[in-house]
Every structure is written in structure tokens, then in C-alpha cells.
Design a protein around this ligand. Sequence first.
Ligand code: SAH
Length: 207
Amino acid sequence: MDRAAERHALVDRLTDREDLDGDTTAAMRAVPRHLFVPEEKRGVAYEDTPLPIGEGQTISAPHMVAIMTGLLALDEGDEVLEIGTGCGYHAAVTAEVVDAEHVYSVEYHERLAERARETLDRAGYSGVSVAAGDGKGGWPAHAPYDRAYLTCAAADFPQAVVDQVRPGGILLAPLGKRRQSLVRARKRDDGSLAREEHGYVRFVPLQ
Ligand code: SAH
């Protein structure tokens, strides 16, 4: 099978198992995940599994990216902040829904940030902005955001990230230490968060 056929077969399996919306499914069908994983892992890029991407980090399993994309309830044109670019795959999926120019991603490891920029360019998502730095501070220059999500596990939503989301906006992150839950929160007008839990998950920790 060629890569596109492998990818469609994966997305077919995902939609059998999960209740995915149309935008999420289309994004998963569009992004060439094999370009984002290390070359020696390309043969397994369309298995539903996390993979190592260097610096002790991993690209999330496709089903997790799909679930998070759905929970964020993204609309075209939403301004989105991502903490934890990794290889850039998840940012590309987000970019498929909101358009690349609206995606701002912060990555702690300089080398991963550089590589993610290169891959995003090569895959056709050069509009995605990637900064190397500590995502706990968010990316104030482009705030306010309609949506913000973490791809690494924190004890709680970093306050700077909460501050940079507009009232009515949505935050999503794996929260907790060894036992993590995927938590979605809507920011109320008074700045407080209305939270819901969406099951147990396993992510690398926020540095
Ligand atoms: N979404 C990514 C998955 C990345 S794994 C992908 O599609 O590949 C989580 C990432 O969060 C790792 O790359 C890790 O380096 C990064 N990270 C951890 N702590 C961070 C912090 N404080 N600020 C920014 N990025 C962080």
C-alpha cells in the first residue's frame, strides 16, 4: 500500500472506534504523518501508536490527536496556542482545521523546534509559527487565543496560558502526575475555569 492508502485505512479504523467529527476526520486524512516521524519509523507511521521523536519525547498516537482535535471544537480562523510542538504533527492537524497562519506552538527543546519547523515547511504547513522556549509562559505576543492545548502533562493549566485565552475560549490538557486525566475547560468571563474530565491518558511530563 502507498502511504496515502495506509493513512486512509488508519482513519477508517479510528472512525470505527471513535465518534469523530467531519473536520477532525478530514484533517487526519490530510496530514502525512510519515513525514513527521523519524525515517526508520516511516513503515509504522500509520499504526495507531505513539513513536519516539528524539530528546526522550514521543509523537502521540493518532487516536489521541483525533480525540483532542474533536474536544477543542475548532473552527476555521480560530487562534490556537499549542504547548509542546514535538515533531509538529499535532500542529499540522490543528492547522488543517483552523489554517496554518492561526497556529502558534511553543517547544521546550530547541532541536525539536527546529526540526518541527523544517518538517512543517516540507509538509506544506509553513504558516504554523513555532517558538523554542518554556510553554508555561504561553506566547503572549499573539494572545488572546480562542483555544489552547498542552501535549505534555502538567499539574494544572499554566496560569499564563489561562490568561492568554479569551473569555469563552477552551483549554485542553492532560493534567496530573502519574495518573493523568484529559481535562477540557471553558474560561468564564470572570477568568475561572469550568472543567470536565475526559478519561485517563498518558503523556510525557511538562518540563
Ligand atoms: N504534539 C506533539 C507531541 C509532543 S510530546 C507531536 O505531534 O509530536 C510533548 C512535547 O512537549 C515534547 O516535545 C516536549 O519537549 C514538549 N514540552 C515539554 N515541556 C514543555 C514546556 N515547558 N514548554 C514547551 N514544550 C514542552
